[in-house]
Design a protein around this ligand. Structure first.
Ligand code: 5GP
Ligand code: MG
Ligand code: MG
Length: 211
């Protein structure tokens, strides 16, 4: 007999302490946010710009949740890098691999897609960049936000989940290029042995503010 496609939450990776956001919870929220965006952009054709690489998994689910859009949509990408330690961002934000020429941004309704807004520095820099390029509007949809970490005032226009101040991985988010392909979001114990000895005071996802 052909193998059956089962609807199961994947067993956590062996490095993983506890799953914060489960695949079904993520899918449900992405559908909601996608429908909201579809309603708001019913009369315009957004230029959807994903930030590499972390937003790619979210973007691929989100654009399918936005359909059908009467005027369609376009996709592009930009890479934003901030300088600092591996688990926090600090200092300047550098934009590279900016695939949309300035001429193509002028007059467009840009919708930026981010994996997470942490200090807010990247989001603010990206917004400024596309406004200066002459976009008719610039909005952001972010998968996650850590409001407790904000140093630059910034709130995404659309948001799937607020998370507490832990370094999270999965659903596109990495630690040293690992864990992007996990179908759930979790806190990564940087040293798994240490984490087993002294577990983080994890909050259950049900206690999160599901914005
Ligand atoms: P911000 O400029 O808002 O401080 O930082 C944004 C970027 O920092 C995110 O796009 C992401 O690449 C990285 N970042 C911030 N917090 C986390 C986190 O908890 N996990 C991961 N994997 N990356 C994070
Ligand atoms: Mg990012
Ligand atoms: Mg990263």
């Amino acid at each position: 007999a052909a193998p059956r496609c089962q609807q199961q939450v994947a067993a956590p990776h062996q490095d993983i302490a506890e799953v914060l956001l489960h695949p079904v919870q993520i899918a449900t929220r992405v559908q909601e946010v996608g429908r909201q965006i579809a309603a708001d952009y019913a009369d315009r054709r957004p230029l959807i710009i994903g930030t590499l690489k972390g937003a790619v998994v979210f973007l691929s689910d989100l654009v399918r949740a936005i359909e059908p859009l009467p005027s369609g949509l376009e996709l592009d990408f930009v890479k934003a890098s901030s300088y600092g330690s591996s688990t926090t961002s600090s200092g300047d934000v550098a934009l590279s691999l900016d695939m949309t020429g300035t001429a193509d941004v002028a007059g467009r309704h840009v919708l930026l897609v981010e994996d997470i807004v942490d200090t807010g520095r990247t989001a603010a820099a990206l917004t400024r960049h596309y406004e200066q390029a002459g976009a008719a509007s610039v909005r952001m949809v972010s998968f996650l936000s850590k409001p407790a970490r904000r140093t630059t005032p910034y709130e995404p226009d659309y948001l799937c989940f607020d998370v507490p101040d832990y370094f999270v991985v999965g659903y596109g988010l990495d630690f040293a290029e690992q864990y992007r392909s996990l179908p759930y979001v979790t806190v990564l114990p940087v040293d798994p042995a240490a984490q087993r000895a002294a577990p983080l005071p994890l909050q259950r996802s049900t206690s999160f503010n599901l914005t």
